[in-house]
Write a protein that binds this ligand. Structure first.
Ligand SMILES: Nc1ncnc2c1ncn2[C@@H]1O[C@H](COP(=O)(O)OP(=O)(O)OP(=O)(O)O)[C@@H](O)[C@H]1O
Length: 514
């Protein structure tokens, strides 16, 4: 028999005794482990204006959801919110079958993992502001007794969170006064890229794979999707992180200067070359050079670049001695280089050289779930640089409106929209009403190349799952199964197939037909 008083004393003590919320939660979880399964403990703040939830703390043993509940805003989908409104969730609940819970099912879907959960809402002045969630792998791990005990921590969690949030307000204020902007010149940590565990999860996985190697990387994606940011993350995660990270926009350098800009020149090499000058390649020595808009390079420079890639040597303009290079090359383009090769505008041999490890960044309209986190990030960032305090709140419909828009200019356009809104409406609430007026023309660019008849999401999902099943001859699980291709748990895929009425017999027929 558990003595509730002893339980409360042991598990609430760390929350009352620690000013550092991270340490408090870690110690509390260790104490909880003596009474119930506790592989992870999260404190997640509710952000009604962003229609999202913000993980504040995620203490865990590794494994379960370890990268999902990363420190970024999680967008709550509309149907979850609707269901939530229809039948408000109780103050405390057990989730032993995530697929039956209006929030649990969503986490199960995006993580592809089964889990059990105890969830308690935390309140301030009678308003729900956050949840404390105890998480453990596999289903059916918690009992009503566990929930009754865990619910006793509602008050201590709420108080500890309140202190933490007050501390954060003070830090934000100090930052505004210091006007400290984040310096991304030396690259950026993967965790700072918004969406790294959601819409850019695949991209983040690729970055993790390739960053420690020295292979060239070709990043492609529409303009403003974050290509430069991604190249910065590759540098920061590479062994060259202490070396320079040099960015070159190949399209922005006048044609006549590209040569000397990239490779440098000797004194007297041409009129105006009054001193010897190092080019961008030399300045990137022992670091990374990021060649943006590589498709803009003229044929003669393409030849020189090919030689650099082949021999890892450069020659300054007017020089005769080759200089040995130790540089990692990352290139980016928003153009289709294969088409350019067909048209004779880009060298095929150069494409082969740079296309060793391609990373395609999806446009913002294909990862709308990242929008709340991006908006939040830009409001914080731009309020800092514009010295706006207090940081204005978002208007009621703002997020839904921003998520409905097609963003032909991608993340940069969203960033600019936030900045414009902060300038015209610095006291808030931020309604984006002027943006609405200028942007609701049909977003032509975003529609280009799309079929005129759009499928419903369910139809699209069915078609996609069936394509994967076709590829695997109907196999669902195992290393060659459809679940692996689709990056989900086999049980999640089976549940999805039941929901979408995709017959399992289809899978079996395929196997029998072989
Ligand atoms: N995932 C992200 N998280 C945070 N900021 C982002 C993200 N993606 C893009 N941004 C911001 O959006 C702006 C545009 O990003 P970036 O310059 O990396 O895009 P790009 O694809 O290189 O653009 P271009 O095609 O014009 O060269 C930058 O201010 C960048 O910091």
């Amino acid at each position: 028999m558990v003595d509730p008083n002893a339980f409360f004393r042991e598990t609430s003590h760390p929350l009352n005794a620690n000013l550092d919320l991270f340490r408090a939660v870690r110690q509390c979880r260790q104490a909880l482990k003596r009474y119930m399964p506790a592989e992870g403990l999260a404190i997640i703040q509710l952000e009604p204006s962003l229609k999202s939830a913000r993980p504040i703390i995620w203490d865990h043993d590794g494994g379960i959801h370890s990268d999902l509940i990363a420190k970024s805003v999680i967008s709550i989908p509309v149907d979850t919110r609707t269901q939530w409104k229809k039948s408000p969730l109780p103050d405390a609940r057990i989730i032993n079958r995530p697929e039956d819970d209006p929030v649990g099912y969503y986490f199960q879907e995006i993580s592809g993992q089964d889990f059990s959960n105890l969830v308690v809402f935390l309140e301030k002045d009678g308003v729900r502001i956050a949840i404390a969630a105890l998480i453990t792998a596999d289903r059916d791990r918690y009992t009503q007794r566990d929930l009754d005990l865990f619910s006793m921590l509602k008050e201590p969690f709420a108080k500890a969170l309140d202190h933490y949030l007050l501390g954060q307000e003070i830090i934000k204020l100090q930052r505004t006064l210091d006007n400290t902007a984040v310096d991304t010149r030396g690259g950026i940590a993967l965790e700072e890229i918004i969406g790294h565990s959601f819409g850019l999860k695949n991209v983040a996985n690729l970055i993790e794979m390739v960053a420690p190697l020295d292979s060239p990387v070709l990043i492609s994606g529409e303009t403003g999707v974050g290509k430069e940011l991604i190249s910065g993350a590759i540098h920061k995660m590479s062994t060259r992180r202490d070396g320079p990270f040099i960015c070159v926009n190949c399209g922005a350098i006048p044609e006549t200067l590209v040569d000397s800009e990239l490779f440098g020149h000797e004194k007297g090499a041409f009129t105006g070359a009054i001193t010897r000058r190092k080019g961008r390649f030399e300045r990137a020595q022992h670091g990374t050079i990021f060649l943006d808009e590589i498709g803009e390079l003229k044929p003669d420079i393409q030849v020189k670049l090919l030689r650099v890639l082949e021999n890892m040597e450069i020659e300054r303009v007017g020089g005769s001695e080759p200089i040995r290079m130790d540089v990692r090359i990352v290139v980016a383009t928003h153009r289709n280089l294969e088409n350019m090769v067909k048209e004779g505008a880009f060298r095929e041999d150069l494409l082969f050289r740079i296309n060793v490890f391609p990373i395609v960044i999806p446009p913002l309209r294909a990862r709308k779930g990242d929008i709340p986190a991006l908006v939040d990030h830009f409001i914080q960032k731009k309020s800092r640089s514009l010295s706006i305090h207090p940081i204005p709140s978002l208007g009621g419909d703002a997020i839904d409106m921003l998520m409905d828009y097609n963003w032909p200019g991608n993340v940069r356009e969203l960033e600019n929209a936030v900045e414009r809104e902060l300038i015209v409406n610095r006291r808030g609430p931020l309604s984006f009403s002027t943006f609405h007026a200028v942007s609701l023309e049909p977003p032509k660019k975003a529609e280009e190349g799309r079929p005129s008849e759009l499928l419903s999401l369910d139809d699209l999902l069915s078609a996609h799952i069936m394509r994967a099943l076709d590829q695997t001859n109907g196999r669902i699980s195992g290393p060659n199964g459809a679940a692996k291709i689709l990056g989900v748990n086999p049980s999640t895929l089976r549940n999805k197939m039941i929901k979408l009425k995709i017959p399992f017999s289809r899978a079996q027929q395929k196997i029998r037909g072989k």
